[in-house]
Design a protein around this ligand. Structure first.
Ligand SMILES: [Mg+2]
Length: 356
């Protein structure tokens, strides 16, 4: 099988409500949908969602790099995914979102070619997952109200965005715990917003409130800080922005700096790299979560398949599917609250309407 064309299409997805995190506020998402065509009539869909302050690319650079990758990949076998990455990586360092878009489309083709859903192509046998849902930064009262609404809708795991001043952050968590009760699992994501000192001050308070994990408390580059916090805390400490690649995972593992790594397809360059990061972490006794950027259902469902197939991916943080107005990407999964069932059609299982 040979790649005959790679097509890119910018697509805008509206959020049901604006969403705030420590580094900004978002009211809609824009991503690049990818379609890889082959000489055997099979095609695959992928998606590239850039986040300039995390991945260093943007829509324009991703499209420009995509054109060059397209030229290099036409004529190559999309099923030879490792060879696809070997061809892409020397052309540009980084640029992980557009590479992830192509990677996801190639895996979609692989699974369609095998006639099985992607999670089975990747070696999994269980199509059921349990995802958290994220509470964006807001006033303590608003966040507690939102948390209560999600729990009412059947979600039993919440990810709470914090990372501003720790006095307000503590009030936020107190209000949320008060609203949802003790049985709801809560993890916190500070998105690099605290110092080591702040972290060490607030973490005992979060522990008392039944929080189970703190993600990226300090700056991405401050791996020493992560380690210090981990060594001096009872909570699980997770790296997100500190871990983009296999090399980052290895360094975090060698330093024993974290308990958990949050893998994202857009940060690492797709499913191929995600699975390798999960394996490095597994060998080091670090468990993985799989998360998402501002991406639509397509990349979210691809990541769900990875979670379903990868034993060291223990936690699922794939919730943009619950935040978007659904009008372009359909299918692939069903859910009741945070319990997700992947559909059994071959590939990722999503269909696109009026995109290509
Ligand atoms: Mg995060």
């Amino acid at each position: 099988m040979r790649i005959t064309d790679i097509r890119f299409q910018r697509a805008r997805f509206s959020l049901e409500q604006p969403f705030k995190v420590a580094f900004g506020s978002i009211s809609d998402l824009e991503s690049i949908l990818v379609r890889v065509e082959t000489d055997e009539g099979l095609y695959g869909y992928g998606e590239a969602a850039t986040l300039p302050y995390v991945t260093g690319d943007n829509m324009d650079t991703a499209l420009s790099v995509g054109k060059e990758l397209q030229a290099a990949l036409i004529g190559k076998d999309p099923i030879a995914v490792e060879a696809i990455h070997t061809a892409m990586d020397p052309i540009y360092h980084g640029n992980t979102a557009i590479k992830a878009g192509i990677d996801i489309a190639c895996y979609d083709i692989c699974a369609k070619n095998a006639g099985v859903p992607l999670y089975r192509h990747l070696g999994g046998d269980d199509a059921v997952l349990h995802s958290d849902v994220t509470i964006g930064l807001n006033s303590p009262e608003e966040m507690a109200k939102k948390a209560d609404e999600w729990v009412e809708k059947g979600f039993s795991i919440l990810k709470v965005k914090l990372g501003e001043d720790i006095a307000t952050d503590r009030k936020r968590m107190e209000a949320i715990r008060e609203a949802v009760g003790q049985s709801v699992r809560i993890r916190v994501d500070a998105n690099q917003g605290w110092s080591v000192k702040d972290s060490l001050r607030i973490i005992p308070q979060l522990t008392a409130l039944g929080v189970e994990l703190v993600e990226q408390p300090v700056a991405a580059c401050d791996v020493d800080g992560l380690k210090e916090i981990r060594d001096r805390s009872d909570l699980l400490i997770a790296a997100d922005e500190s871990c983009h690649s296999e090399y980052d995972a290895f360094r975090l593992a060698a330093m024993r700096a974290v308990d958990v790594v949050n893998i994202k397809l857009m940060k690492c360059g797709g499913i191929f790299h995600a699975r390798r990061i999960a394996a490095i972490c597994e060998a080091a006794g670090i468990s993985c979560m799989i998360g998402c950027m501002g991406e639509s259902n397509l990349a979210n469902v691809a990541a769900m398949h990875v979670a379903a197939a990868t034993r060291n991916v223990k936690e699922v943080d794939l919730d943009t599917v619950y935040l978007l107005k659904q009008d372009k990407v359909f299918g692939g999964f069903t859910h009741e609250g945070g319990t997700v069932h992947l559909m059994e059609n071959p590939g990722i299982g999503c269909t696109l309407k009026e995109v290509f």
